[in-house]
Design a protein around this ligand. Structure first.
Ligand code: SF4
Length: 317
């Protein structure tokens, strides 16, 4: 008997799906929500090994997350990057008063929850019959329907075309797993793909979608002065949009009477930071800055670049 693409996918998922991931073996909407947000920009392995369980241990319920201080949330997010996700999580927890809505329509009204994330939470936690459209699914759809143009609206239409409305949980999980293990970005394994029989792009999968025009990332050159006084260092909590809420050292336009400490490079999604670091024990008065020992700095949430700066300080003491 010839299987439909949906049956074939379901069959494949039973045997090859990653059924033991902790967010798949729970019905707890809050746990599923946390996993969906963490997985938006981060690989499963990293989320699983370093962030998912400690975060849930620190904030066991959405109510506890809502009642917590944003600094604590950022601290638990430290190293995961894209900190707007953490701030949105915290804000969303407060928006809904610690009670996560039970449908995609309401979920989408919360900070940081777009259409695909809302569909994923609703499908996985409440079995709402909706398709998702994350990066993996987009790639599969582009290839499966041989779609060259990157058109989000069209992709949603195709997401519904292929969707298995009777098995929303399994279908969506299967698509995520297929994208992560078979329909790979650089080397799709068409020979073992359950959609191979009907895939329109299988002869030239790498053609779909058309390549993005790669723009060279700008480089920002900066000087960072680490002001020191009585074994304490001056840091400020950022108020600007970028890295908002994280603590950082003083960025200087001009450097005078300071000792070179070293150089750091940090790659961000939209630019590369090249920074020369200096240590200064000259008088420094700036009301935006507070003074911390190295031990106290451990409790602050810092960006990766500022962690590198701390590592350089440690080499000098
Ligand atoms: S047949 Fe190949 S290109 Fe098509 S969905 Fe499967 S892995 Fe991707």
């Amino acid at each position: 008997m010839k299987l439909t693409p949906q049956q074939s996918l379901l069959h494949w998922y039973k045997t090859h799906g990653r059924h033991d991931l902790p967010w798949r073996t729970t019905d707890n909407p809050y746990h599923i929500y946390i996993s969906e947000i963490m997985l938006q920009q981060t690989q499963v392995k990293t989320v699983l090994e370093r962030f998912y369980f400690p975060f849930l241990e620190r904030f066991p319920t959405l109510s506890e997350l809502a009642e917590s201080h944003q600094d604590d949330v950022l601290k638990m997010w430290e190293g995961l990057g894209y900190y707007t996700r953490a701030k949105n999580l915290h804000h969303a927890a407060r928006q809904c008063g610690g009670n996560l809505p039970n449908n995609a329509h309401e979920l989408m009204k919360l900070s940081g929850i777009g259409r695909s994330t809302a569909h994923a939470i609703a499908a996985f936690a409440y079995r709402e019959s909706l398709p998702i459209l994350d990066a993996n699914v987009k790639r599969i759809l582009h290839r499966y329907f041989a779609l060259l143009k990157r058109d989000e609206k069209k992709l949603w239409e195709y997401a519904y075309t292929l969707f298995d409305s009777k098995h929303p949980f399994e279908y969506n999980q299967a698509m995520m797993d297929l994208g992560a293990t078979v329909c790979l970005a650089r080397k799709p394994l068409c020979a073992v793909c359950p959609l191979e029989a009907t895939c329109q792009g299988k002869s030239e999968p790498l053609t779909y979608p058309e390549a993005k025009i790669k723009l060279q990332k700008p480089v920002r050159n900066r000087s960072i002065i680490i002001h020191k006084r009585d074994n304490r260092y001056a840091l400020t909590q950022r108020t600007e949009r970028f890295l908002h809420g994280l603590w950082g050292f003083f960025e200087a336009v001009e450097v005078a009477n300071a000792t070179p400490l070293g150089h750091i490079t940090q790659h961000y999604s939209h630019f590369t930071l090249e920074a020369d670091l200096y240590l200064s024990e000259e008088s420094f008065d700036n009301e935006r800055y507070e003074w911390f020992t190295l031990e106290e700095i451990k409790d602050l949430s810092l960006s990766c670049a500022d962690h590198k700066a701390v590592a350089l300080i440690k080499q000098t003491v």
